[in-house]
Design a protein around this ligand. Structure first.
Ligand code: PLP
Length: 414
């Protein structure tokens, strides 16, 4: 019997096998039929400390025995209070207000609504959002609207709102981006949303901290709100807790999700400065922030995030991240000399390169072929078009990391 499950970003008409995973531990997934699969992409960029982290699992179990779920409008609970306090301590000042939601996409929707609410409540309504070329901010309608247009959202284009797009800051032509942003800021947009240092789904495109700092300065100069989407780059992925740290940048609004619970359970937060919060604080009920989802600040998810933060506090996470980065670099140095490999690059724990291919599009034939080859050799990889990236959990050992690159090499040499 075929499964009734409709999978995300999956073309069911191609009848590709869909492995059943029964158990996860560290950097490995174990299938129901007994194979051990190396998770080379941290289960779509979420798993930081590894699958089944004992401290996070224990926190989930403990919280599940106390309080599973509670309405969060007008009510609260200790896991959320503790998490909000910890986040404010950990994240740069003045990001002092924490709004909860349940996925990266909703964290972005919240950020956009906060930005427009800020201007509306000040009686200076602004509605235009500036974005960077090739960005990805999620798959809900608002998040798609501020992301790159392409085959993934062509059918929904009539529902997407119009945005101002600045070119991606390519090496050597960064000034073009800065000039375009400066120009766009003059027409009084509400906000600029950006993925700091690394554009993930857009193809693992990297740009420099200097450009990020300059973009932030331009927005500040023009009074345009600066939204940092650190959903993929946060929690150590790029070598620091936040990627924006490397540029000394503090956004007005910060979106976090993927590594927030160590990747164990869905949760997201949107942090805001007092200015954004205060614009919504009033005796007038019409000025409150009109957003909620049923599971806002779910206590079990908050407990998992608190355990993640404890791990960050008392384990050498950044040292692990630095070590993984160096090991990634050694593999890149070796594989980079392969004839079919181009533009080898690394940002913290993220290694990326292109495999030579005539199309270069997301629908490049390389992605499904490499994905299938890796799956057949017990590695979970998911290239973006002809862009291959390796982004494992921080706990991956040398043997598993080498095995990932061996699989890529055996694909190239076929
Ligand atoms: C994954 C991602 C999102 C969307 O997060 P979901 O949890 O998948 O909705 C948004 N922005 C960036 C940069 C992401 O990588």
């Amino acid at each position: 019997m075929t499964s009734p499950v409709w999978h995300p970003f999956t073309q069911h008409g191609l009848d590709e096998p869909i492995p059943v995973v029964a158990r996860g531990e560290g950097a490995a997934l174990h299938t129901a039929d007994g194979r051990r699969i190396i998770d080379a992409i941290s289960s779509w960029w979420v798993t930081t400390h590894g699958h089944g982290n004992p401290r996070i699992m224990a926190a989930i179990a403990e919280q599940a025995g106390k309080l599973d779920q509670i309405i969060f409008a007008g009510w609260t609970h200790e896991p959320a209070e503790q998490l909000a306090r910890s986040l404010v301590d950990m994240m740069p000042a003045p990001l002092s207000h924490v709004f909860f939601s349940d996925s990266g996409s909703t964290a972005v929707e919240v950020a956009l609504k906060m930005a427009l609410g800020f201007w509306a409540n000040r009686n200076e309504p602004r509605d235009r959002i500036l974005v960077m070329e090739h960005s990805y901010h999620g798959d809900t309608i608002g998040a798609m609207s501020v992301g790159a247009r392409g085959v993934f959202n062509q059918a929904y284009a009539p529902l997407l709102f119009d945005v101002g797009t600045v070119p991606f800051p390519r090496a050597e032509t960064e000034q073009v981006t800065l000039d375009a942003l400066e120009d766009a800021c003059r027409s009084r947009p509400a906000a600029f949303i950006v993925e700091p240092l690394v554009l993930g789904a857009g193809g693992m495109l990297f740009y420099t901290p200097a450009v990020l700092a300059e973009m932030r300065a331009i927005c500040a100069r023009h009074g345009v709100l600066f939204i940092a989407d650190e959903i993929m780059t946060g929690w150590g992925r790029t070598g620091t807790l936040l990627a924006s740290e490397q540029a000394g940048v503090v956004p007005d609004i910060l979106c976090l999700s993927k590594g927030l619970t160590g990747g164990a359970i869905p949760l997201a937060v949107t942090l805001a400065t007092p200015a954004i919060f205060d614009a919504h604080r009033s005796r007038d009920r019409a000025k409150m922030f009109f957003h909620s989802s049923s599971y806002t600040a779910n206590p079990i998810a908050c407990a998992a995030a608190n355990a993640n933060i404890e791990i960050w506090r008392d384990e050498p996470v950044l040292a692990r991240v630095a070590d993984l980065g160096q090991r990634q670099q050694r593999h890149l140095d070796r594989i980079g000399s392969h004839l079919k490999i181009r533009t080898v690059r690394r940002a913290g724990t993220i290694a990326a390169f292109e495999i030579e291919d005539e199309t270069g599009s997301y629908l490049s034939a390389i992605a499904p072929r490499l994905m299938a080859h890796a799956r057949d050799h017990d590695v979970l990889l998911r290239p973006l078009g002809n862009t291959v990236y390796v982004m494992p959990p921080y706990c991956i050992d040398d043997d598993d990391l080498s095995a990932i690159y061996d699989v890529v090499e055996s694909f190239l040499d076929r």
